[in-house]
Design a protein around this ligand. Structure first.
Ligand SMILES: [Fe+2]
Length: 204
């Protein structure tokens, strides 16, 4: 599997390239900025871009969708109820194959209702749900701290400690981490009841 994290734009965003080098098929995740540079890298890897995945519908994650579609014919994959324009609507537990690389969809609302995480082999793209050392905000429209609790504690922390975490923004001390490291060191993931977590998220 080809997997590359690419810093893009002016809000410390990360886009991602996922690809199957044998079949020459690839996908871009959240290509909201610097589309030409991302497409050039895909070309250098020998990948034809067949999908765009959006972790969620905020503009700093979907802004390049149309440009990628026009230039490659890629199909846009997003949560089935996402308000943004998409070609393939997915839900929790679905899989999408990029060549022979299987991408598993994990629905993780909380930051916004249409948020998904993407698991490819041992790499988890966490969008704005989980950053290195921090979690996403829940005070924007559609945000919900109770849903955030379930997504973080029941879905992400249920995964094996060895799974690597790749966030949607470079907000931490380093660009990526693991589930185990976040479990041990991320102050937002300290053991809390749902009520305690809601209270914690409401604190300034
Ligand atoms: Fe966001």
């Amino acid at each position: 599997m080809i997997f590359k994290q690419v810093p893009v734009g002016t809000f410390q965003n990360f886009a991602y390239i996922i690809g199957d080098e044998k079949m020459g098929k690839g996908a871009l995740v959240d290509p909201a900025w610097e589309v030409d540079g991302l497409l050039k890298q895909c070309q250098e890897f020998g990948l034809k871009v067949v999908y765009v995945f959006n972790t969620h519908s905020h503009h700093d994650h979907i802004g390049g969708n149309e440009e990628v579609r026009e230039k490659t014919g890629a199909r846009v994959v997003a949560y089935k109820k996402a308000p943004s324009k998409k070609d393939v609507g997915v839900q929790d537990g679905d899989t999408v194959d990029v060549g022979n690389v299987r991408v598993k969809i994990i629905h993780t609302p909380g930051h916004c209702p249409d948020h998904i995480c993407l698991l490819a082999e041992n790499k988890l793209i966490t969008g704005d749900l989980l950053f290195v050392g921090e979690c996403g905000r829940t005070d924007l429209p559609g945000g919900d701290s109770a849903e955030m609790y379930d997504s973080l504690f029941k879905k992400i922390l249920a995964l094996n400690d060895s799974i690597e975490v790749y966030p949607g923004h470079d907000y931490g001390s380093k660009p990526s981490s693991t589930v185990g490291e976040e479990r041990r060191t991320n102050y937002t993931l300290k053991p809390r009841t749902r009520e305690e977590f809601i209270e914690f998220m409401s604190e300034p």
